[in-house]
Design a protein. Structure first.
Length: 324
C-alpha cells in the first residue's frame, strides 16, 4: 500500500460554522446546496446567497422521526418497518449578535429601530421614524446614489435600511427577504423598512452617494426604494410570524475532511432566550458573555431525484488520499 494513503479515522473537529440563506416564503422554495460543486468553498467566502453567521457552539441535532413495524400473521410478527412520522430539531448558540442572529433566535418578527423624528411620542418598537430619503437611479448593491441634501444627513458608521414604502398590502412583506406576515393592513408607511433584512453599514459618505461596507443582501435597490438610518434592533416575544431559512452547518476536521449538514427549511421554534456564560468559570463574580440560543424545527422538502421527503442532507467530503 502506498505510504501516502491512510485509513479514515473519526473526524476531529474544533468548531462548527453556520450559514443561512433566505427561503422564498411566497413559493416556499428553499436554497439549494450542491456538495459536489460547492462543498469545498472557502469558509470565509460562502457561495451566494449563503450568509456566514460565524462560529457557533453547542451544535446539537435531535431526531424525532418515528418508525413502526407493520405486523402480519397469527400470531402477529413484524413484516417490515415504515416511517410513521418525520421530525428533526437543531439547536446551538450563536457567538455573535447581529441582525440575522437575533432574528434567527427569535420566534417572531425581528424589527429595526428606525431613527425617530423630532418630538414624536415613544413606542415599544420604535417611535414614528424620521422621513425616508429616496434612492436615486444608478445605485448598486454597494453604492447608494442620493440627492446631495439627503446624502448630507448620513455619516460613516450609520446602519441603513433600504426597502419600499408600505402601501397597504397584506401577506409576506420585505424585499428580497420576507421579514413579516401581515394579516391586516397597518398604517405605518415605514413598516417594511422596520422589518426588512436589506441592511448595510455605511463606510463612507460622498457628496451624492453612500459607500457601503458590504453589499446589500437584496442586491441593487429596486426602483422606488427609500432609505432610513437605524439605531439598533428590537424583537418581541409573541406574534404569529415564524422565521424560516435554509441552513448549512460545516464542521471541518483536522485532516481537511468536512462534514456538512444542509437543512433546506428550518423554522425557529422557540422564543428569544439567552444564556449567560462567565468569561472565567472559576470566578463567582466577573465578566459574563451573553449568548443567543437558537432552536429550529426542520420542515420537509421533496427530493426531485426520487420523490422522497427529506429533512436534512448530511454530506462527508473525505481528506485527500483517505481510504474509502
Amino acid at each position: 500500500m502506498p505510504t501516502n494513503w491512510f485509513s479514515n479515522p473519526a473526524p476531529v473537529v474544533r468548531r462548527v460554522r453556520a450559514y443561512f440563506a433566505a427561503v422564498n416564503r411566497q413559493s416556499q422554495i428553499p436554497v439549494l446546496f450542491d456538495p459536489t460543486e460547492q462543498g469545498a468553498f472557502d469558509l470565509d467566502n460562502p457561495p451566494a446567497p449563503w450568509i456566514s453567521l460565524g462560529w457557533i457552539q453547542g451544535f446539537t441535532r435531535k431526531t424525532g422521526t418515528k418508525t413502526v413495524a407493520v405486523m402480519t400473521g397469527i400470531p402477529a410478527s413484524a413484516l417490515e418497518q415504515i416511517h410513521e412520522s418525520l421530525a428533526a430539531e437543531v439547536s446551538f448558540q450563536f457567538l455573535n449578535w447581529t441582525k440575522l442572529t437575533m432574528a434567527l433566535a427569535t420566534g417572531s418578527q425581528h424589527m429595526n429601530l428606525l431613527t425617530p423624528a423630532s418630538g414624536v411620542s415613544g413606542a415599544a418598537d420604535g417611535a414614528q421614524a424620521a422621513a425616508a430619503v429616496t434612492v436615486q437611479s444608478g445605485s448598486t448593491a454597494t453604492t447608494i446614489a442620493l440627492a446631495s441634501a439627503d446624502a448630507a444627513k448620513f455619516v460613516a458608521g450609520s446602519i441603513i435600511a433600504v426597502d419600499m414604502d408600505y402601501a397597504g398590502q397584506v401577506g409576506f412583506v420585505g424585499t428580497p427577504i420576507a421579514g413579516a406576515y401581515l394579516r391586516a393592513a397597518v398604517t405605518d408607511v415605514d413598516y417594511i423598512r422596520r422589518v426588512t433584512f436589506n441592511l448595510a453599514l455605511v463606510s463612507a459618505v460622498g457628496a451624492t452617494s453612500l459607500t457601503l461596507a458590504e453589499a446589500l443582501p437584496g442586491g441593487a435597490p429596486v426602483s422606488g426604494a427609500k432609505l432610513q438610518a437605524i439605531a439598533g434592533f428590537v424583537d418581541r416575544e409573541g406574534g404569529c410570524f415564524f422565521q424560516e431559512w435554509s441552513a448549512l452547518f460545516v464542521a471541518e476536521a483536522s485532516q481537511g475532511e468536512r462534514i456538512l449538514f444542509h437543512y433546506p427549511r428550518l423554522q425557529t421554534c422557540s422564543a428569544a432566550i439567552e444564556t449567560v456564560a462567565p468569561i472565567d468559570p472559576k470566578r463567582k463574580e466577573g465578566l459574563e458573555r451573553v449568548l443567543l440560543n437558537g432552536r429550529f424545527l426542520a420542515l420537509p422538502v421533496t427530493d426531485p431525484l426520487d420523490g422522497e421527503r427529506v429533512l436534512c442532507y448530511r454530506s462527508f467530503l473525505p481528506a485527500a488520499n483517505a481510504l474509502v
